[in-house]
Design a protein around this ligand. Structure first.
Ligand code: ATP
Length: 369
């Protein structure tokens, strides 16, 4: 079977089961996903959700129990790892400590039997790409973690794979270096045009770096979309909870017209929101509101496109750029409002104060349970 060559990778109905009987683990459960050419695609999810397993199936280190994987439209079942136009950057970099930076980058090319002149040209180009020209002759045991990371990337990019797999490559770096390498990786992906499939459990990293993200849980992909799409329109409660901070509130659907539901929030207001596919058109639902979509009303007057809820301020937490107000709504539900610490903060209440909190109506998202 041949699939569309438009996608760099197509995963079709893939399952992976480890072990048997009582010790059976279904690491992937009928997963399908398409990864486009030249995109920075991230597999995001908590520990044990199946991210690494999916990466290992793409690399060919494991075989699927069921389903198919296509690369540029061609079924790669049975193709060993070294015959796939795919390379992997591992978490621990797996460099040869006794070889120099240049020799590490050259190693894979030499194994592929590339001519000497081509190898040395490519090594120079890769050194420039990762800005490591000055350290070409240094042993990799004598360079820093961030520099080792760059060498590992250069080595994996050198044979010009169609797809580069990256398994939590930044997790060993400290915060500042990790931030720097996030931008560096994005630049490398952009400059080389190679499709990157990146694995992380860090939602902020995924939002910062990715063209698109697949959110995984328990061997399933729950949602695929751009960072903004996933943040603003989480498909279900797990995604809303895993990515960013969320306020969940109970509501009842009063009526539905043209795909828009009129909801009465238990916390005491009526609001209209889009009813996602797969949600029944009556009964109780959960809605989510991001903390930054709320503000405090000085005189109790909400704007035309806002809903206003009575609340009490329980705790105030200052976090530098913002202040988090932990509120209790009249329904007894907890709600966090995040206000930026700038001059536009408007009215800022004190601890224990009774307030009206206004929420942008467009910020109220109905969730699939
Ligand atoms: P982490 O972020 O911790 O690396 P992950 O999302 O990458 O987690 P996987 O490593 O893919 O998760 O593991 C998915 C599930 O499959 C887990 O329950 C894991 O214990 C199990 N698993 C993975 N590899 C094997 C194996 N070789 N044998 C048995 N079970 C395995």
């Amino acid at each position: 079977m041949k699939q569309s060559a438009e996608n760099a990778v197509e995963v079709v109905g893939v399952s992976k089961v480890f072990g048997q009987g009582a010790s059976e683990v279904r690491a992937l459960d009928d997963v399908s996903v398409s990864i486009r050419q030249n995109e920075f695609f991230t597999l995001l999810g908590p520990s044990g959700c199946g991210k690494t397993t999916l990466l290992r199936l793409l690399a060919g280190f494991e075989q699927p129990t069921a389903g198919q994987i296509f690369l540029s439209g061609i079924d790669i079942a049975g193709l060993p790892p070294n015959k796939r136009p795919i390379n992997t950057v591992f978490q621990n970099y797996a460099l040869f400590p006794h070889l120099t930076v240049g020799q590490n980058i050259a190693f894979g090319l030499e194994m592929l039997g590339r001519p000497k002149a081509e190898v040395s040209d490519t090594v120079e180009r890769m050194l420039r790409l990762v800005r490591m020209e000055a350290l070409r002759d240094r042993k990799t045991s004598q360079i820093s973690g961030g520099q080792q990371q760059r060498v590992a990337l250069a080595r994996a990019l050198a044979p010009q794979p169609k797809v580069l797999l990256l398994d939590e490559p930044l997790s060993a770096l400290d915060y500042k270096l990790r931030k720097e390498m996030q931008l560096e990786l994005k630049r490398l992906q952009h400059e080389t045009g190679i499709t990157f499939v990146f694995v992380t459990h860090d939602q902020e990293e995924a939002l910062t770096m990715s063209d698109r993200i697949a959110v995984m849980c328990d061997g399933n992909i729950l949602q695929v979309g751009g960072p903004r799409d996933i943040y603003d329109h989480p498909a279900d409660r797990f995604v809303a909870d895993f990515i960013g901070e969320s306020n969940f509130m109970n509501a009842r659907i009063e009526s539905v017209s043209d795909g828009r539901a009129t909801l009465s929030l238990t916390a005491g207001a009526t609001v209209q929101a889009i009813l996602p596919e797969g949600v029944a058109s009556s009964g109780d639902v959960t809605v989510v509101v991001r903390p930054e979509r709320a503000r405090f009303l000085k005189d109790g007057e909400a704007g035309a496109s806002e809903v206003s809820l009575p609340a009490t301020v329980e705790t105030i937490v200052y976090v530098g750029t913002d202040t988090h107000y932990h509120l209790k709504l009249s329904s007894d539900e907890a709600f966090i409002a995040r206000v930026q610490n700038d001059d536009r903060g408007g009215f800022l209440p004190a601890q224990g104060q009774a307030v009206q909190v206004a929420i942008a109506a467009s910020a109220v998202q109905v969730l699939k349970d």
